[in-house]
Design a binder for this molecule. Structure first.
Ligand SMILES: Nc1ncnc2c1ncn2[C@@H]1O[C@H](COP(=O)(O)OP(=O)(O)OP(=O)(O)O)[C@@H](O)[C@H]1O
Length: 269
């Protein structure tokens, strides 16, 4: 059996009695890139909040590298090797691309000797390597405020990678990007997936098709509705139903093309 980097058992998160996550079970293999999709309100953000320690479970357990995360604060979980990329880039606009990366890399150095990370699993990449990875070597000395939205996203991904996380959590990385930027973001995530475990939350189904090489997880009403390849989940009548918010009655199996058309309709709403 593959080594698990993340294991979530029977997790429930209640907000004043409302279950944002409801008896959710999930696991991620070390080195896996997993895409999570789900309609609005499915619990995707709460799911990431639980892994990073921003929100604590009402019931159930999250284990990262075999360790129960419950006793640890958000910053401690980050030091243990969980990096999160928020939807909106959080880079220092008055600093250059290179300076932003240097800052992120140095921040890691200062915590290297903490209780949790006496040795680094992944050798820290140099700033020059990071610039190359994110495709911004030619803009290394440009102030971040002059970068495009897509370039800021890549810079922030580079800043996360500078901290050598074992697990990267990426929340809707292509919202507001051009088609070309979206494709390049996909290529960047696929190249990072060669050396990291990654969870990507995404709405854009075309982008999901670009990056999903293995299992896709569909969340609905705080639980895992189904898991499978992108083709399997897109042709699963339960997925179509929750995306449309209504029951689909079909005499025969629903074809992938039908599903894609339906999803396009849903996304276009
Ligand atoms: N702090 C909170 N207090 C009360 N309810 C909350 C809180 N955070 C989230 N919820 C509710 O939990 C449910 C799941 O929210 P969540 O943001 O995790 O969903 P999501 O899948 O990320 O949705 P979206 O795709 O719209 O971002 C929603 O119904 C939301 O209103």
């Amino acid at each position: 059996m593959n080594e698990k980097i993340l294991e979530i058992d029977d997790l429930t998160v209640s907000f004043d009695g409302f279950k944002a996550l409801n008896h959710l079970n999930f696991s991620l293999d070390k080195g896996e890139l997993r895409v999570i999709i789900g309609p609005n309100g499915a619990g995707k953000t709460t799911f990431l909040d639980i892994i990073t320690g921003k929100t604590k479970p009402t019931e159930g357990q999250v284990r990262f590298k075999g360790r129960n995360l419950r006793p640890y604060a958000e910053h401690e979980i980050a030091q243990m090797g969980v990096g999160r990329k928020f939807q909106t880039p959080r880079v220092y606009l008055n600093l250059s691309t290179r300076e932003n990366l240097e800052l992120a890399a140095n921040r890691q150095k200062s915590v290297i000797h903490t209780l949790f990370r006496k040795t680094l699993n992944v050798e820290r990449r140099t700033v020059a390597e990071l610039l190359e990875t994110i495709g911004l070597s030619h803009k290394a000395d440009m102030k971040a405020n002059l970068l495009s939205h897509g370039e800021k996203q890549w810079l922030e991904i580079g800043m996360l990678v500078a901290q050598s996380p074992d697990l990267l959590l990426v929340d809707e990385p292509v919202a507001g990007l051009t088609d070309e930027e979206t494709e390049r973001t996909g290529e960047l995530l696929l190249s990072l997936a060669e050396s990291h475990s990654i969870i990507v939350i995404e709405h854009d189904m075309e982008f999901v098709r670009q990056i999903a090489r293995g299992t896709v997880t569909v969340l609905h009403q705080g639980s895992v509705l189904c898991e499978g390849t992108i083709d399997e989940v897109q042709s699963d009548p339960r997925v179509i139903e929750v995306y449309l918010g209504q029951e689909i009655h079909a005499d025969g199996p629903i074809s992938l093309q039908d599903t894609e058309e339906l999803l396009e309709v849903v996304e276009g709403v």
